[in-house]
Ligand binder design. Sequence first.
Ligand code: GLC
Length: 431
Amino acid sequence: MSLNKKRFEELMEELTVDTDTMNEIAADFRYDLRKGLQNPDLSSLRMLKSYVALPDGSETGTFLAVDFGGTNVRVSKVTLKGNGEFSIDGKVAKPLKVDGIYDFIGPDSTAEQMFDFIAGLVDEVVGEDHETPYLLGHTFSFPSEQTDLNNAKLIIWTKEFATKGVEGHVVNDLLQEALVRQGLTNVHPAAVINDTVAVLLAAAYQQPDTYIGSIYATGQNTCYLEPFADRADPAMILNLESGGFMKLVPSPLDVKLDDASEKPGEQRLEKMTSGRYMGELFNLALGELFGEEEKCNYGFTSVDMSAILEDETPDLAKTAALVESKTGHALTQEECALVQRLAKQFVVRSARLVASTFVGIIWQLAGREPIAKQHIAVDGSVYEKMPYVKENLMRALSELLKEDTDKVDTFLQNGGSCLGAAIAAAMSEKN
Ligand code: GLC
């Protein structure tokens, strides 16, 4: 069996994002931002209010932090020491789904089951101490409509989550009820924030000149500090839910993936860029190249794509073994090189699309003024670990920003979700 080379060339073409296209995307993104500030109904960006601005670095105290938004849920005890210093004094992390054992994110699971599991982890972190009062910050990484810092209602699940009884509900109420069932009446949820907001809070706690925070992982999303310069409103971080940005032309492969997803028609940008979907797109592409479209899923993940991209064996033996184990097809070295190029193309496309959205925000923040010197804080496994991501983000930023390139850089804000949740809990005391 050999790979369909003609389809390979077509795919490479369909997955190319050139500079002109990036410029258009950045301009469309900026347009949606502007429209969204007037009325989110006019924009494909949800522009969700967070009811929090940036910390000033003086926040102190010990808080619990829940980080809930990907395959793993993490609970930690964080002590903020001020001046950007902090320590993590306890931490547990568990997957929300273990194949064949339990699944709290599938359509057969309920809100009670899921939040009871999380409350159990909180109990572990406090060492079953049901006396000492704690404020808890909750990083809940899904589109939520907030009325204040502690009240967020899940609008719609993303990232293929499907647990019943959470959409349309106030998530910290569900968490609080589970904490009470666990006997943890001493733990008080005080803040709920998106993970992008958490990353920005964590970054700003430690480093000035950061106004944009982004997650590049299972999901992909960005927030920024909106100064509301021409309104009386105080500055506030807005969670764009940029994964839902729609002004992009999907390739036939993207359409296929969307049709088969939990929420067809939603999250176009995310489905073209994030770790959760890159592996699936790669599966679909290989299915086409092997003429086995009906199989659709060989089980490749973005982690497998990383392994393929990191394969430096002279004859690409690692790639050959991985592809054979998943698809049953033995490839020649030349075919393995094509598979590697294909994986790279998905990654490069993803980075170029994400960079275009960053530039849309930078242009919007600058308005008619020169672009400010700034850092963009990014957290997430794709940004941190996927080969080719960082350099392609920077290359794309420089294609778009041209002589302003030196004013903007991106940096890894590792563990931002947990630190950010603690900072938000601390900030809730000041509100
Ligand atoms: C999805 C969620 C969003 C989150 C992102 C990264 O896009 O909708 O809220 O920030 O994933 O986890």
